[in-house]
Design a protein around this ligand. Structure first.
Ligand code: CA
Length: 225
């Protein structure tokens, strides 16, 4: 089995080496970003299985880093914060983090959180039936229902809907959709996505059901009630 890859985002060298040592010893593959910009780059480039994110970074607000990563990926994010004000914790979770730890923390506590997040994420990814509002998708049989109504989708339409169902309430950019569904960078002039979204909406709304795939002007689309 491939090692699980953890990206540490932290500018304090002492904490980085403490975390790197502890996580490597547990068998994780570890990489490090020392700035917010580097974190955004590596989160995309390396597709880590989990991100440990310090909120106090030299170049960017950690919460902004968190939100940006979350808008493109459902990778588990564990926030480290020196602040222990409740509002900061809530802001962290609001920005899409899965859990947080207040500094200073014990390594055992961090490792336990990491294991729990990785386990939960794997369970979610392994799900065979995805549900959102009254839409149900069976990934194994590739069947889709809206309420009791069976919906027949082409393979591409199915893949597109699955992408939305795996990232509900997140804005998916056009670039991300192209990359995930067509597997290469398409000219942004192309209206391929618009065409498929139109097909998908027509099938999902054939009996006058409410719209769930919404346009986010200038950015992309989101699955939302
Ligand atoms: Ca820091």
């Amino acid at each position: 089995m491939a090692k699980e890859h953890i990206l540490i985002v932290e500018d304090e060298v002492k904490i980085v080496s403490f975390l790197r040592r502890g996580l490597s010893y547990e068998g994780y593959e570890v990489s490090v970003a020392y700035t917010g910009q580097e974190a955004l780059f590596k989160a995309r480039q390396e597709s880590p299985d989990l991100i440990i994110l310090d909120l106090m970074l030299p170049d960017m607000d950690g919460l902004e880093v968190c939100r940006t990563i979350r808008s493109k990926s459902d990778v588990p994010i564990l926030i480290l914060t020196a602040k222990d004000a409740v509002s900061d914790r809530v802001a962290g979770l609001d920005s899409g983090a899965d859990d947080y730890l207040v500094k200073p923390f014990a390594l055992d506590e961090l490792l336990a959180r990491v294991r729990a997040l990785l386990r939960r994420h794997k369970r979610l990814m392994g799900q065979k039936v995805l549900k959102f509002a009254d839409i149900k998708m069976n990934i194994s049989t590739r069947e889709v229902w809206r309420g009791d109504r069976y919906i027949e989708l082409t393979p591409k339409e199915f893949d597109l809907l699955e992408l939305f169902m795996r990232h509900p309430n997140q804005v998916l950019t056009r670039d991300l959709i192209y990359e995930e569904i067509w597997g290469y960078d398409f000219s942004s002039e192309s209206n391929l996505i618009e065409v498929y979204i139109r097909y998908l909406r027509a099938k999902l709304e054939a009996k006058g059901e409410s719209r769930v795939i919404h346009t986010v002007r200038g950015i992309g689309y989101t699955l939302r009630e």
